[in-house]
Design a protein around this ligand. Sequence first.
Ligand code: SF4
Length: 264
Amino acid sequence: MKPADIETFYARLAAAMPDPKSELEHTTPYELLVAVVLSAQATDKGVNLATRKLFPVANTPAAIAKLGVEGLEEYIRTIGLYRGKAKNVIALSQILLEQHGGEVPRTREALEALPGVGRKTANVVLNVAFGELTLAVDTHVFRVSNRTTLAPGKDPLEVETHLMKVTPKKYLANAHHYLILHGRYTCVAKKPLCWKCPGYDPCGFKEKKKFAAMKPVDEAPRAILPKGEPAPKPRATAAQAARKPKAKVKAKAAPAAKKPRAKA
Ligand code: SF4
């Protein structure tokens, strides 16, 4: 993407998302750190369901360390890989208590030294909790950056380095949110919703026209059917509708000729 297109792309995303936020529920840097560690290969929704029960009971390094691995597992067993994650969260909580006075450190080095915390997690915590201009590259950010040609790269670090170079400074604080939310809800993996994409014009995706043609003809909200009523057929896309042959119009029957009146 050319610099002018990059500016337009971010400007459009910023206009569409005036107040972007992390979808991981948290109220402190420690809650955020725990939530991000739990979210690896899991959905934010699933993590929120677990932390809504966990955090009211334990939301500090001391309280969670006190739960122990098995105690923590009880709260997070609905999340994938929960055994390993429970071990990491207990271990990182103990390190925070022993080495950081129970606080979440504000440097990348100290964060990445914690169990279960990699570059992506450190970037999220630094950006979301401490307002640093970092850009975490997850699966959504990676896909959007490559597909749109915003910041192509063969691995997350290459994409992150590229993004940091091309993203205008005024968008850096929120760039992670813009790209992750855009990838999660619009520029989705299988069939990107190009037909309703605010970044359509500057986007460099070669197939965007094809996906833009998949706009549903009828965008009315799905009706709630009374019980027993059959579900409606799937909606046709604009492209499908264009291919449908037009229904033949029946020729009107000619009106019957009037009989001449018989003379009296
Ligand atoms: S136009 Fe399509 S491919 Fe490009 S950013 Fe939008 S949704 Fe993604």
